[in-house]
Write a protein that binds this ligand. Sequence first.
Ligand code: PMP
Ligand code: GLN
Length: 384
Amino acid sequence: MVNIESKLPTVGTTIFTVMSQLAKKHNAINLSQGFPNYDIAERLKTLAKANIDGGFNQYAPMAGDAGLREALAKKLEQSSGSKINMDTEITITAGATQAIYTAVSAFIQPGDEVILIEPAYDCYAPSVIVNGGKVIAYPLQFPDYKVDWEIFEKLITPSTKMIMINTPHNPTGSILRKSDLEQLEKIVADTNIIVLSDEVYEHLIYDNEVHESALKYPKLKERSIVTYSFGKTFHGTGWKLGYAVAPEYLMKEFRKVHQFNVFCVNHPLQKALTSFLENPEEYLNLPSFYQRKRDFLQAVLAESGFKPIHCAGTYFQLYDYSQLSDEDDMTFAKRITKDYGVATIPISPFYGSGTKGKVVRFCFAKTEDLLEQAGARLQKISAI
Ligand code: PMP
Ligand code: GLN
């Protein structure tokens, strides 16, 4: 054994692994970690096999397959109205997780401050800390989880290097609207702050709301790195493919790190996604597909003691369990997995310190029969 100094002394195993393992151990219905219990489209499977058979089994280009970047530039222009250069402004990554880590590594130096909005997706803070940065947390307030930009602005100092936003937001299901992005745009104007906008749930947005991308706002776009995930959009979290979009001067630095981080990512699957993207229906139908599931879960939980917090986007919904227990969220989530056979995600791990509100997160990317079974089990919980 040698003496080591951990770069992440306070970090354990991610809550997604902890709860999925607990679900397995107790044979519980797993509504914790975010993945669907249904498969990817048959056509996507056929395309994947065809591209392996077709011989695309060597390294892809470092920035990603050219056809895929071309298809994405077209898709992004349609959704945001903003022109993206496929050669200089898009890089295909091993999921959004790698894109986020690479972006933080490329720009954060020891002592730099990064403002996160808490609850924050679990990989954000560790990426900052490993790179010597300092996390500054802006806490969203239970139960509506909106940003007060006047208070937010007070967190900015001369050391602020990056602001990380996430819309639609995991785990709260809240979204940033036009006025939010306009206020952020104003706050960062005349600063050297980079914005990392995590938009992996861009297509999972409900009740006719519209996704507001950082790419739609020219003064934000010029300083933003935007991250996406094919795993979320095409029901294939195990493919671990995603991409980052940024202006050339930022993407140049991003790629310097990316090339030594992974160099490139899965080639045949990039080819398969290129062909699959030819049919926009595959992602344009997602709001109605998931809205039905959100509403179905709410209906099966209507008679339980869980009270839904509004979910405007993502495939997660927070539920208030304060009528059922005054335990902290970790204790409660573990107990109901063990005793009632349904696993959820406590949200305290998404905070640097302390949880606000007695809520747990349910993933509704599941078939209705599974959601119904989960509902039946959860109705049996009696208050303690
Ligand atoms: N950001 C958020 C907000 C997420 O929920 C996830 C999980 N999909 C990721 C990033 C990571 O995405 P990926 O699985 O593509 O790495
Ligand atoms: N994004 C998924 C979630 O929020 C989990 C991803 C993971 O397990 N790392 O549940």
